[in-house]
Ligand binder design. Sequence first.
Ligand code: ZN
Ligand code: ZN
Length: 465
Amino acid sequence: MCSVNDDGYEDGEQFMPKTEIAVTEAAICKKCANNKGNVILRGKDVYCKVCFLASSTHKFRATLGKSKIVRPTDSILIAHSGKAGSTALLHLIKAGMHESVHKRLIFKTTVLHIDEGAVNGETLEERKSRINAICEQTQNLEFQGYITSLDQSISESEPNIHTMESLEICSHGDKMLTDLLNTLSNYTTKQELLHKLRQRLFVLVAKKLGCNKVFVGDNATDLAIRILSNISVGRGAHLPFDVGFIDNRCPDIMILRPMRDFTRKELVYYLNFNNLQIIHSPELTTKKDQYVSIQKLTEKFVTDLDLNFCGTVSTVLRTGDKLYTEVGNNSDNPCILCNMPLDTTVFDTEISAIQATMFSRFVSLQGPQRKYNTNDVSKIKINEQNEENRRKNDNCCSCNDTGCCSSNKSVKLSYKDVEKYLCYGCRLIFQDANSLNMLPPFMVNAVRDKMCLENMRQEISEFLL
Ligand SMILES: [Zn+2]
Ligand SMILES: [Zn+2]
């Protein structure tokens, strides 16, 4: 049997060789060439503790410095989950504040912990003990801290926040949040929604506390996983915002990722050398098998591969950094959930993934007997247009004379109306939704506002004609 495959290589020849892990015992630090090695990175580079910690600090400062975006006058909200990334982040900032004058970090900092215990299956006691540990850690590092709970992200009003000293647990909105998650049919969309709600809450709390930037602890491994899983869940168009150092989708509050050059392994070494503890808490898919969600399966794929091929994380991350999409420049009409420019606007001449999905759905609903041709695509468009016109006529409660559309509560909505204001990835989260009750209240209200505005614009333009 021929052993040459399609690419002209012998079997196995084209694959990258596995990284051979060097033996650390008696190995000497490659940086100072003097001390005995304590750390081995990339399977071959040996460092002593002193050189490793010095290079970690340098890497953090370089990530912050090269963008020139963080200024001494900034007020920064640091999102602290208790995991390795944000714990190391707090420690690095604290150390930076005690550097010599010309190197000192002098921006104002506030720490925020979001309590997600309600969705992660923690008991009230477990939540209390986690918050207690977070509070202790934050106080030991001399930061001012606040706590809020994830359900604050779905309500229409300003989020409730408490100082860490109060050790208060807000459990009033737990049911609303768990009910919302229970309406979603799979863990991929549940994880997506939680991520978007978390991002939204960072911005809401930053606004409330007068902060103009948010630091999150996303590390290189997390981001490599997110690059691949985002593409799988239809968010490829938003990659530069979701994984880059700067996420400036909200014009007044920037989210920054200063830990993006640290791998999980480097963070573990950093925390160990500084006697810092990770505060463990379960996640939504903890104790679930690897196939439960696209994100969890991607995590296993990336971490397993990186175990044998040490360049995996950095290769994926650097490749992701080079990706750029035009959609990022159109910010007039952002998605009401993730605040990204809508990637669902399709021009007549373009063939898009959305059209392909619509056609696939159309074909599936028609049954196996029918034959199709390209004209069917235009039928779908016409059907959509008719549906749109019908909704426009239905939306107003025959109130043109009385002007009751000025109150946004009077606008009748269907899920299809909401979908119009969602990007492709966010549409997929709610693809099984068939009622407005299955959506977060802030989204429904945002759509009412937008539709009201559109109705008013249309009325004005008709009046002027
Ligand atoms: Zn050394
Ligand atoms: Zn979106």
